[in-house]
Write a protein of this length. Structure first.
Length: 329
């Protein structure tokens, strides 16, 4: 008996484990996952292009007073996680669209099983976690070191004249490069945020698949333990029966061998069809019964009990010891 606290609720069991070709929900989830990969692929590519275009223009006009480098290192931080996400999505789409994974019939079922293997689930769970943990601080640093934070409207004099003084140093009219680089940085951060959001959704999908995988494995372990517990006593009983039949066959073979080795014991035994033979047989039977009654009964285990010897196997009494006569009446 299992502890009911350790059993899974019936409502949490996977309700559908049919092949992908006959399961519309599986096809819908697979299409949704493919759309997420394609969206994140293009978003990461656009974000890489935007940050890569903003870095040289920023280095040619500005420099950092603090940090590991005087160049635009804040815009270079998101490039690593974005490139990693781009390669991951490209590899996932190539594997999904490959002929091996799109096989029909038995190949499709095999590919579906391989796609839900433990290794693939760990890969699809670990990579989004790494991208999420590395991309979020990189985007925060890129936003903190960007130029769009200094944007400000132009301030004109009372006569309506715009003077590029310290009051208007960060305006579009006086410093248009601020707005060009800032626009690239804003766009890169926006597309990077899209990549982060898609990665979070893919992580939820991977965790759901991992949960279903663990539920199926736990259900299989419970079934194996349940059926294994019922099979163990059956195997024990069958083993005992084999031993019992084996011991009986050994005893029978020994009696058969002794019968063939001593055939002269039954040489003087008359035919059971004749009357005298029947009387002698009855006398010998009564003698055997009396002898058996005189001896104490011994209980033997089931596997050591011998088969009953027929009446005509009993040796006839010697002439010097005639059987006692019994009178009936």
């Amino acid at each position: 008996m299992f502890n009911p606290k350790t059993l899974i609720l019936t409502s949490t069991y996977p309700t559908d484990l049919s092949p992908p070709n006959t399961n519309p929900h599986h096809r819908l989830r697979r299409r949704f996952t493919t759309i997420l990969h394609i969206t994140s692929l293009f978003a990461s590519l656009i974000a890489l292009s935007l940050f890569s275009a903003a870095i040289p223009r920023w280095n040619s006009n500005f420099f950092h007073n603090a940090g590991p480098n005087r160049g635009d290192w804040t815009d270079g931080m998101p490039i690593g996680p974005l490139a990693f996400a781009f390669l991951y999505h490209a590899a996932a789409l190539i594997y999904t669209r490959s002929p091996k994974s799109r096989g029909s019939g038995s190949n499709a079922s095999v590919s579906s099983l391989s796609s839900l293997s433990r290794r693939s689930l760990l890969i699809h769970t670990t990579i989004p976690v790494l991208v999420l943990l590395s991309l979020l601080p990189a985007l925060l640093l890129a936003g903190y070191g960007s130029l769009f934070r200094f944007w400000q409207p132009a301030k004109r004099t009372q006569s309506g004249i715009l003077q590029c003084s310290m009051l208007n140093v960060f305006t579009r009219e006086c410093s248009p490069v601020f707005y060009d680089i800032g626009a690239l940085q804003i766009a890169g951060i926006v597309f990077g945020t899209i990549v982060w959001s898609v990665q979070f959704t893919l992580l939820l999908v991977a965790l759901r698949n991992l949960r279903r995988y663990l539920l199926v494995k736990q259900l299989q372990r419970e079934k194996l333990a349940q059926y294994g517990g019922h099979e163990y006593p059956e195997r024990t009983d069958s083993h005992r029966n084999r031993r019992r039949h084996g011991s009986g066959s050994k005893v029978g073979s020994r009696e058969h061998a002794s019968w063939h080795q001593h055939p002269q014991r039954l040489a003087g035994l008359p035919s059971p069809r004749s009357g005298s033979g029947s009387r002698s047989g009855s006398r010998s039977g009564s003698l055997a019964d009396s002898v058996n009654e005189g001896q104490p009964s011994k209980t033997e285990p089931p596997h050591t009990q011998q088969q009953d010897v027929p009446v005509y196997f009993v040796q006839t009494p010697e002439a010097s010891h005639p059987p006692p006569s019994r009178r009936y009446g």
